[in-house]
Design a protein around this ligand. Structure first.
Ligand code: NDP
Ligand code: HSE
Length: 436
């Protein structure tokens, strides 16, 4: 059988990875897909740079529309990134009856509902395994492997750049900025690294996971997002003393009142596998009612790990290419007409435990005032220690862990405590999860 032909939009970190993996493993891939997969055209902005990267083996143009409009191509692989022109290209490819493979989580988190609706109406597939957790087949696992389960929650390290930064800061004592530069050099970081360090990239991915887990429309606006840029080295150290590691987690949970969707630095008990995921590695914990907790671990970024997922999608599309559209696996795991609307919970409604660091005057009665306010707010203390002040120092840090409390109550208590004249700086608050 003749190879299936694909057009590649973008030949950056991931595009080059896809090109190289397809070329290197062509024989094995053909044996699995049932026919060859050929990159027949490539669109980039800088043709010279692209030729330098892969030689002159494939036609390369700056005109993406020309690639999308070629009648002999069945698949368009979007690896440009960002919202526009990616959205326009993907929608045009769908309108022309082409299947789409993309690694673009930002695009799907913002415009996924529109894109999947268009694809379903046109009877084509949009595959996006690489959009979440790079090389880890988490979309496939959730959509197919765990399909018997009612999913209860997902918690994951789904941004390699921020995990790399946290790991290097903790283990080597390196400064934030230097580690971020290294992550950029290694190709992990997004074009705009704010997306990585402010939790936006993780929120994009979590939004997609949540939709697939619970059969609800994609709703990025419902995500609470807090990154690692304000995290202080001393909190990483204090957490360690208490037996915890700080990780940027994406958490989505089904509760009796609605769905939680939140990304924030989180204290994780050191003995959990998730706490020991280091460097740019990703890991996703999924709790299903039948299977219990399952863990997926691997490289979440980088050229070939991400290419592994893109090529897997290309093989899936090649295998299903001639199937009737009603036999395709639904994009978001649930049949399009079986998606439901549910309430999304605000971060104020979250119930979890907390780490506090309070800079206070070292004088009698300070702790009593603080614990009184916490008790008034129904916040129970689980552990507490006070840093021994240095000689001559008249202030200190109180470090505290709480039992579960409602975030709204915690906010009110923090406001009252910060108003005490003996509390000398804004309180540092980091959420904590036991993950069992
Ligand atoms: P890069 O910035 O390395 O590459 C982007 C490519 O797109 C470049 O070849 C660029 O061309 C091309 N491009 C940009 N705009 C246009 C345009 N208007 N028309 C044609 N080509 C264009 O990005 P990555 O490879 O890192 O990322 C690609 C996608 O994969 C993104 O959505 C990203 O979020 C996602 N992703 C990335 C991962 C990673 O580890 N890097 C992991 C998982 C997902 P030129 O070079 O000529 O400017
Ligand atoms: N910038 C992303 C990360 C790339 O660091 O995880 C993978 O999606």
């Amino acid at each position: 059988m003749k190879p299936i032909k694909a057009g590649l939009l973008g030949l950056g970190t991931v595009g080059r990875g896809v090109f190289n993996v397809l070329r290197r493993n062509q024989h094995e891939i053909t044996r699995r897909a049932g026919r060859g997969i050929e990159i027949a055209a490539i669109a980039v902005r800088n043709v010279h740079k692209a030729h330098e990267a892969i030689g002159a083996t494939v036609p390369i143009t700056t005109n993406a529309a020309e690639v999308i409009r070629r009648d002999d191509l069945d698949i368009v692989v979007e690896l440009i990134g960002g919202y526009e022109p990616a959205r326009t290209y993907v929608l045009e490819a769908i309108a022309r009856g082409k299947h789409v493979v993309t690694a673009n989580k930002a695009l799907l988190a913002q415009h996924g509902n529109e894109i999947f609706e268009a694809a379903t109406a046109r009877g084509v597939m949009v595959a996006f395994e690489a959009a979440v957790a790079g090389g880890i087949p988490i979309i496939k696992a959730l959509r197919e492997g765990l399909t018997a389960n009612r999913i209860e929650w997902i918690a994951g390290i789904i941004n390699g750049t921020s995990n790399f930064i946290l790991s290097e800061m903790r283990s080597k004592g390196l400064p934030f900025d230097a580690v971020l530069k290294e992550a950029q050099r290694l190709g992990y970081a997004e074009a705009d690294p704010t997306f990585d360090i402010e939790g936006i990239d993780a929120a994009h991915k979590l939004t997609i996971l949540s939709s697939i887990a619970f059969g609800v429309p994609i709703n990025f606006d419902a995500a609470y997002t807090e990154g690692i840029s304000k995290l202080a080295a001393q909190d990483i150290k204090y957490a360690e003393q208490l037996g915890y590691r700080i990780k940027l987690l994406g958490i989505t949970k089904r509760t009796a009142h609605g769905i939680e969707l939140r990304v924030h630095p989180t204290l994780v008990p050191m003995q959990r596998l998730l706490a020991n995921v280091e460097g740019a590695m990703n890991a996703v914990l999924v709790k299903g009612d039948a299977v219990g907790t399952t863990l997926y671990y691997g490289k979440g970024a980088g050229a070939e790990p991400t290419a592994s997922a893109v090529v897997a999608d290309l093989v899936d599309v090649t295998r299903m290419h001639t199937a009737d559209p009603e036999n395709h696996v639904p994009h978001l795991a649930f049949q399009a007409d079986a998606m439901v609307e549910v309430p999304w919970l605000s971060i104020d409604d979250t119930v979890t435990s907390y780490y506090f660091r309070m800079r206070v005057a070292d004088q009698p009665g300070v702790l009593a005032d603080i614990t009184r306010i916490l008790a008034d707010g129904r916040i129970s203390i689980d552990a507490l220690f006070q840093r021994e002040p240095s000689e001559g120092e008249n202030q200190t840090d109180i470090i505290m862990l709480t039992h579960d409390a409602v975030e709204r109550d915690v906010n009110a208590a923090i406001q009252r405590i910060e108003a005490l004249p003996t509390v000398l700086a804004p309180i540092i608050r980091i959420r904590q999860e036991e993950l069992i």
